[in-house]
Design a protein around this ligand. Structure first.
Ligand code: TYM
Length: 330
């Protein structure tokens, strides 16, 4: 069975973008792959976090994994910092990544270009930690949204370089980016990615927010004055984004939705999108409550960390041996 791994960084609350671009796909894959999904908490602290809020976001993230249908019997769910090997391999990857490669990573470049100050060294090197997360487990595939593809490609480059230099050590991973929904856009500015970190309350649907608020955000999503429902991301980014959201959740093709709305107005269309989204999120929230009340999270994380750590330890030993770091281990 091929191995697959992915993670989410809950530096804020999880969004509909996380759900469509990542989470939902993880659930589909758990029957066909040996799946590892983790909470990327070490990545959260690349920007300052309020400790109490972070703790809540981490617990919510794992609860949402379970609520979405990730089954600990079928996949390994764990908290990144429970497996200390991640930070150690992260350092080793730091030492095997060129500054030029990090300078080309768009996420850091964008933040710097926006003039954000007090950017940390961790934020700059976090693609190395992400490469460590992936390479540690010999993941064949890494399902991610479009914005993370570049980071998986860096992991590939690092793995290939390391293998060439010191012999077969890492599996070279492949990013898996869904055809529909790999980049859900903001509802208030559909030329920008829907993101929890952009201070974009109206444009970003939070999975655990009040459903009435979600409905309102969709009904007031920015569209255009062309007045026909058509998939044309360049000229009608708002409508195209809503079509993508609908199709990703309902499974109906974009063409079929467009055909049903011929000659009809945006109001009616938005109502249907809101219904599709709210029904899905309501189900998720009901499950989330059940998971939180069940008290199973601690045990799930304990089992997941044990399983993940066994693999991580072995890989780290191998890497350290190859590098000549160990004196007596053969
Ligand atoms: P993060 O937490 O920013 O996002 C988690 C996943 O959600 C996807 N995503 C989106 N997809 C579609 N539309 C959107 N608007 C949207 N917003 C987010 C992301 O592409 C991602 O797949 N560095 C990673 C976390 C990470 C990781 C890893 C992922 C750490 N180590 C190893 C995979 C493998 C991150 O910050 O994702």
């Amino acid at each position: 069975m091929k191995r697959m791994l992915s993670g989410i960084k809950p530096s804020g609350q999880l969004t509909l973008g996380n759900y469509i671009g990542a989470l939902r796909n993880f659930v589909k894959y758990q029957d066909d792959y040996e799946l590892f999904v983790f909470v990327a908490n070490l990545h959260c602290i690349t920007v300052p976090q309020d400790p109490a809020q972070l703790k809540k976001n981490l617990k919510d993230c794992i609860a949402i994994y379970l609520a979405c249908g990730l089954d600990p019997e079928k996949c390994t769910l764990f908290l990144q910092s429970d497996v200390l090997e991640h930070a150690q391999l992260g350092w080793i990857i730091d030492c095997n990544t060129y500054l030029g490669e990090l300078n080309r990573q768009t996420q850091f470049k964008d933040k710097k270009a926006k003039g954000e100050t007090n950017l940390t060294a961790g934020l700059y090197t976090y693609p190395c930690l992400m490469a460590a997360d992936i390479l540690m487990y010999d993941a064949d595939y890494v399902p991610v949204g479009a914005d993370q593809k570049q980071h998986v490609e860096l992991a590939r480059d690092v793995a290939e370089r390391f293998n060439n230099r010191l012999g077969d050590t890492f599996v070279v991973p492949e990013p898996v980016v869904a055809e529909v929904g790999a980049k859900i856009m903001s509802l208030s500015d559909p030329t920008k990615k829907m993101s929890k970190s952009e201070n974009d309350d109206k444009g970003c649907i939070i999975l655990l927010e009040d459903i009435a608020i979600t409905r309102k955000k969709i009904m007031s999503a920015v569209t255009d004055s062309l007045a026909y429902v058509r998939f044309d991301p360049e000229n009608q980014p708002g409508i195209s984004n809503l079509l993508t959201i609908h199709s990703a959740i309902s499974g109906e093709s974009i063409d079929s939705i467009v055909a049903r709305y011929e000659g009809k107005g945006y109001g009616e269309f938005k109502k249907e999108v809101a219904e599709v989204v709210c029904t899905e999120i309501q189900k998720l929230q009901d499950e989330y409550k059940r998971v939180i009340e069940s008290g199973i999270i601690e045990k799930v994380l304990e089992d997941g960390a044990n399983k993940a750590q066994r693999i991580a330890r072995k890989k780290l030993n191998k890497v350290q041996r190859k590098l000549g770091l160990d004196i007596f281990r053969k």
